[in-house]
Ligand binder design. Structure first.
Ligand code: DAK
Length: 258
């Protein structure tokens, strides 16, 4: 498939995916989300790919779903086609780590897409918001649910009800982003972070991601039980033996992803 709306760069085992509709502040059109889903499918199959970094440009990560593409939808069209659900949800099922590197606007579906990644690194210029209420609609890709889990009810409610945007510093304070990075260092730092993960044991990284994600779905005791079982299973891997032996022998581990 040829991609017209995303750009892909290869950095060793890391793929940098750039949303690329600058003329529309990277508004997430159905074509763009289809291309993104297709690229994720191919990365999932490719054992050479360990981590994906998703980014936009300096002005916008993404200013939301494409309003021009959806404004005339009828209820029946949206409901019967389950409007763009499958392509949007692809990233939530992606097993390998994903990092959102956000500069500029991450609004509506843009904020939701960033939240679907495993963590968010924000440039100082980043602005997050769920402004759908201004358009006469509400968040449709999980914003009301994921934002509330990230930042708590009060701030999520204020953002969803008033469309107020928060800047990178506020987003870091309330736990929406893991770190704020100087504007000109964002991609460098996101790639360095991704490379660090890519150098680890892939199956163990997948288990760690699965364990953290489980915390969102189940009770604490069930989550801890799940984590314990995964932890025990790491002792069945060659990479656990290599990691612990390398520590004792004061050398760098050589993981074989086995
Ligand atoms: N859609 C389409 N075009 C957009 C856009 C968007 N979301 N945001 C910006 N653009 C376009 C503008 O129309 C303009 O195009 P031209 O007029 O030049 O042709 C160009 O990008 C530059 O935008 P501005 O001229 O407005 O730039 P400013 O710097 O003045 O303002 C802004 C930047 C980000 C404050 C402003 O563009 C803005 O407010 N944009 C809209 C933000 C917004 O309301 N976002 C939420 C959209 S609703 C779902 C999945 C997802 C969703 C729903 C369901 N399912 C899985 C079911 C998501 C819904 C949404 O995101």
């Amino acid at each position: 498939m040829n991609y017209d709306n995303i750009l892909i760069e290869t950095h060793g085992k890391v793929r940098l995916v750039k949303l690329n509709r600058p003329q529309a502040l990277n508004a997430l059109s159905p074509e763009l989300t289809r291309e993104l889903a297709h690229a994720l499918d191919s990365f999932e199959q490719d054992t050479e790919v360990h981590v994906v970094v998703l980014t936009g440009n300096e002005k916008a990560f993404a200013a939301g779903a494409d309003i021009k593409a959806m404004k005339d939808l009828t209820y029946m069209q949206a409901y019967k086609s389950d409007f763009i659900t499958d392509t949007w949800e692809r990233i939530t099922k992606f097993r390998k780590p994903t990092i959102a590197a956000v500069s500029g606007y991450a609004l509506g579906g843009g904020c939701e897409l960033a939240m679907m990644c495993d963590f968010i690194l924000a440039a100082e210029s980043a602005k997050f918001g769920q402004p759908e209420i201004n358009l006469g609609t509400i968040p449709g890709a999980g914003g009301s649910q994921r934002l509330t889990r990230f930042v708590g009810k009060s701030k999520a409610m204020e953002m969803v009800l008033t469309a107020r945007m928060i800047d990178a510093q506020e987003a870091e304070r309330c736990g929406l982003v893991s770190r704020v990075i100087a504007n000109d260092k964002l991609i460098e730092e996101a790639l360095a972070t991704a490379q660090k993960i890519a150098a680890l044991s892939m199956p163990i990284v997948l288990m760690a991601k699965e364990a953290v994600n489980h915390a969102y779905e189940v009770s604490l005791s069930e989550g801890i039980h799940f984590e314990r079982r995964l932890f025990h299973s790491t002792f069945g891997t060659e990479d656990q033996k290599e990691g612990m032996n390398a520590f004792i022998e004061k050398r760098k581990p050589i993981f074989k992803n086995q």
